[in-house]
Ligand binder design. Structure first.
Ligand code: DC
Length: 211
């Protein structure tokens, strides 16, 4: 069983995907980490994340250990990830890994949950369940702001909102695999729901799709 969870930044898809995977005993892949690790490597190499050749080279030489780095969750890496993810050669280089993970999940689980931007549309178009998890921009920016504030009390809300707006716009307007719901995806708006409500909601959708 493959469950595809897509949506914009800070909509709650990672939390949901992890809980569903745990609950159903499925493997979990946060595909954003592949793009973040690529962006991180490009920055480390002193290159420009918009440079297609540099970004493709880094995507092709990605190592599983790169996904375990503890410096992938910063805002500059998020922006670099969004930039490299608009480059077709980068997406092509990372596609195979994602599809193999879904087809042959590690530890022989009966399936996998993948979250990202194009899982239901491109990576796993035949997924049994497709959720598009979203929330109002201001709600998402507020959530990200609170997260960042725990590490850095000087973080500025207006800046977080602006960066999120820019990232969403780039992810939605790129020519390859733009962020958009698959035609058969169920939209889950988390603006006024807590994590538990989102989880229960998703379980009902999954149950319905199994009947
Ligand atoms: O989910 P995230 O915030 O970690 O993703 C970081 C960036 O990676 C996001 O802005 C766009 C890109 N991405 C993508 O293009 N396709 C995916 N399946 C996952 C992430």
């Amino acid at each position: 069983m493959i469950i595809a969870i897509d949506g914009p930044a800070a909509a709650g898809k990672g939390t949901l995907a992890r809980r569903i995977a745990d609950h159903l005993g499925l493997a979990y892949l946060d595909t954003g980490l592949l793009y973040r690790a690529t962006g991180r490597r490009v920055l480390d190499a002193g290159a420009d994340p918009d440079d297609a050749t540099a970004a493709e080279t880094q995507a092709k030489s990605l190592d599983p250990a790169d996904l375990d780095r503890d410096d992938l969750r910063t805002e500059d890496v998020a922006q670099a990830a969004s930039q490299v993810s608009a480059i077709p050669g980068v997406r092509a280089a990372l596609l195979d890994f994602q599809r193999r993970f879904a087809a042959e999940p590690p530890e022989g689980t009966a399936g996998a949950v993948l979250d990202g931007r194009d899982i239901g549309t491109v990576v796993c178009p035949d997924a049994a369940v497709k959720l598009f998890v979203t929330a109002e921009m201001e709600v998402r920016a507020e959530r990200r702001f609170k997260e960042l504030q725990e590490k850095d009390p000087d973080v500025i809300y207006a800046r977080v909102l602006e960066e999120m707006r820019a990232r969403d716009a780039r992810d939605q307007s790129r020519s390859v695999a733009p962020l958009e719901p698959a035609k058969d995806a169920v939209i889950v708006d988390t603006s006024r729901l807590d994590a538990e409500q989102v989880f229960q909601n998703a379980l009902q959708i999954i149950d319905r799709s199994r009947c």
